[in-house]
Design a protein. Structure first.
Length: 117
């Protein structure tokens, strides 16, 4: 099974930017899709966006469209979530999921993103 390695995140002021990384350890993305999710305190995990790294097809949820983008570097087996114009309501633990279907594969451990006023 693929292992998911996440990095990035941290504390940023509102309006700032962060980039999260999600790497597939031990294999390529071939045949997989990568989904980004987030979970704020007291809330359910929600979908943020996804990418098919082989076809470079991305989908961004309306809640973050225009501010977040997803890209990939297949040579590094890494997918990125670029988050711009961050808002306090973006504060959450962000998770990456790699599998044959969005949200049904292996999960990363999550990374905290905190946006202050």
């Amino acid at each position: 099974q693929v292992q998911v390695v996440q990095s990035g995140g941290g504390l940023v002021q509102a309006g700032g930017s962060l980039r999260l990384s999600c790497a597939a350890s031990g294999r390529t993305f071939s045949g997989f899709v990568v989904g980004w999710f987030r979970q704020a305190p007291g809330k359910e995990r929600e979908f943020v966006g996804s990418i098919n790294p082989s076809k470079d097809i991305t989908f961004i949820d309306d809640s973050v469209k225009g501010r977040f983008t997803i890209s990939r570097d297949n040579a590094k087996n890494t997918v990125y979530l670029q988050m711009n114009s961050l808002k306090p309501e973006d504060t959450a633990v962000y998770f990456c999921n790699i599998g044959e279907r969005i949200g049904l594969g292996a999960w990363g451990l999550g990374t905290q993103v905190t946006v202050s006023l």
